[in-house]
Design a protein around this ligand. Sequence first.
Ligand SMILES: Nc1nc2c(ncn2[C@@H]2O[C@H](COP(=O)(O)O[C@H]3[C@@H](O)[C@H](n4cnc5c(=O)[nH]c(N)nc54)O[C@@H]3COP(=O)(O)O)[C@@H](O)[C@H]2O)c(=O)[nH]1
Length: 555
Amino acid sequence: MNRFRKHIGTLATPYGIAIGMASFWICIGASLLFIAVNEQNSMAKVHEQMATLIRSISVENEATLGRLNQQYRPDCVDSNLVHLRTVLFSTRFIRDIGIYDDQNRLICSTTEGRFLTPFDTPTPSLREIRNGVDQSIWFDIPILLGSGQYHAMVVRQGRFNVAINQDAISSLLGGMDILGLQLADSLPTPVFISSRTNLPWQRYFNEQSASSHPTEGYDWRQRAFVRTDYVKGTPWVLQSYRTLTEVIVAQAPLASFLVSLSALLGLLITALVMPTLKKQKEVSARVHLLLREGGILCLYQPIIDLSTRHWVGCEVLMRLRDGADLVPPDQAIPAILEQKLAWQLDAGVIEKGLKELAGAMPPTSGFKIAFNLFPENISFNRINDFVQSHLAATWRDDFQIDFEVIEQSYDESVIREIARLKQSGYRVSVDDFGTGYSNLGRVKRLAPDLLKIDRSFIFEMEDDSLRSSLIPEIIGIARAIGSQVVAEGIENAQQAEQLRKMGVEYGQGYYFARPMPIQDFVGEYAAQADKLRLSFRMNASAPVAIRSWSLDRSM
Ligand SMILES: Nc1nc2c(ncn2[C@@H]2O[C@H](COP(=O)(O)O[C@H]3[C@@H](O)[C@H](n4cnc5c(=O)[nH]c(N)nc54)O[C@@H]3COP(=O)(O)O)[C@@H](O)[C@H]2O)c(=O)[nH]1
């Protein structure tokens, strides 16, 4: 046996590992998503800071150039340059102011005074006319400052220009990659590009449409996260670009923590599913053996007459006994059906059930024994031969055998088999009624003796659910086809009482008793009978006691 279990355990291992690996990769995917969202958020934050700064520079430029053109003379005399220098005290970003003569030459600036030779104006890098204001922009203009030099972005409007330290702007690029300008309807043109960028950036940038909406997302072609923002009220455009590898490297501590967590979860899930998988594998490999080697255990759940509360019968429910373990039907049945062992199971339960009940039950009067039948086992000859041979061996003729079949669309031959069973004195119940596509025509053809209302309808009775509101409809169907009704899954007194009032004849459920082994069942059955006998003596005229003595033969 141990060798057998070990072999099955080996079979379960690859599935367990596969589930663990799948969980690991799902967690890695979720981690990547988390990192990506994190990256997008930090990009958005950097862009927001940068946009605030650019708006400030832009506002300062426009205001200063407007003021210069309106309030100052384009004159290089010292007194005028002193006035212009005072303007610089109130600016945050502008370092220098220049003046052009009427021949379009730069003739002086606030830092250098009048030039010995005026500078001809080169073609601007960009020219922008917005709201009637004409501005020309040059980038990378070297400007002397004392003994040093800086690169400036120079903006001209009218006869004045202002110089902004471009190095300071470049350093402000911070976590961003491209600062561009979008003029009129043209595509954005990169102006400052961070030092870590190379050609593909620019290419990517130029491929962007001249849209004024921010875009963010993952570019599958370049395998990178890209975010573009248009700085409101200015022609400036910001863009950041991070490859997946860069993002992971930048968030290395978080990434390694998430990978470890994913691995841990994968291992944990493997460890958790492995025993269940092993068990399932064991069950499916062992059902054949268990059915053959007397592994069937029968439990008996009473069926109660709801008016008299008398135990009028029982349903025989199987468990598979595997050593010390009891395998419940929901685990055993799929394996049994898969291995085409349906008859072995039903026959095994009928044989064992009849033997146990015949050996332990006192003489009764039509005690009902309900067996479940798989649809594939509905064959009069096979069932009848089998039951009769085993019933004969018990020397009992006081049992009423009932077969519970599920509701489904059976073909004509099965319906004939069911009719033959009924003609020969067996009773037939439609089990789990209401769970299939219940159809009056279909149950009518089956003409069952009993309809068993599925327990899902009973569970919801307290909630007054739509489902439970169908119980009277089911009772109506039963009446229309001349069947009695059994309600299964009764778990409390209210349900039992309500169902009785609705006219349901029989009940089954944990409220009355759980499925139990034969000794317990027979003991309980006797105790119930004693209780009812006592109540009969105390109240001889009570109809409940009278009925309890004459076990309802109509069941
Ligand atoms: N062909 C065969 N099918 C069988 C056999 N034995 C069982 N079965 C089918 O397996 C399904 C599950 O059965 P089981 O786990 O035994 O559950 C039964 C009861 O324990 C359960 N029940 C009864 N009362 C209550 C209750 O108040 N609450 C609650 N939660 N559960 C309750 O219901 C099951 C009985 O169902 P049914 O047969 O529909 O009357 C089940 O579908 C069995 O049919 C077998 O030998 N052969």
